[in-house]
Write a new protein. Structure first.
Length: 121
């Protein structure tokens, strides 16, 4: 099975249309690579573009942290409440109790996701 055949996003009825302009050299290069895979240039371009798009989206959705930054991030998500009053305040802003580790609390991931989404607007 060729790589493009395993890609569900390029299978099925082809009803959407895209058009590009390119150089003669790029066109020849694409056609040569497509020929080696036994597909036409259009199938090759859609497959390669879809794969690149998925990788870009995956990289955009993932966050990679260095060890010092990860430690700082975790310090922002995990805290120890000083007393019941402080715990109540932390609950109100989205922290949850860390089971069997009181008074340790953890920022709720829904709150973190919402904050990241808001920051990315």
């Amino acid at each position: 099975m060729l790589a493009y055949e395993a890609d569900l996003s390029v299978q099925g009825q082809k009803t959407a249309r895209m058009e590009q302009r390119t150089t003669r050299q790029a066109k020849e290069l694409i056609e040569q690579a497509a020929c080696l895979l036994g597909v036409n240039a259009s199938e090759f371009m859609v497959s390669v573009a879809a794969k690149a798009a998925r990788e870009i989206l995956r990289d955009h959705e993932q966050t990679r942290l260095t060890v010092p930054v990860h430690q700082e991030f975790m310090r922002a998500l995990v805290l120890d409440s000083l007393n019941e009053r402080a715990a109540k305040l932390y609950h109100e802003i989205g922290f949850i109790d860390l089971t069997n580790h009181a008074p340790r609390m953890l920022m709720n991931m829904r709150v973190v996701r919402a904050a990241i989404a808001e920051a990315c607007k």
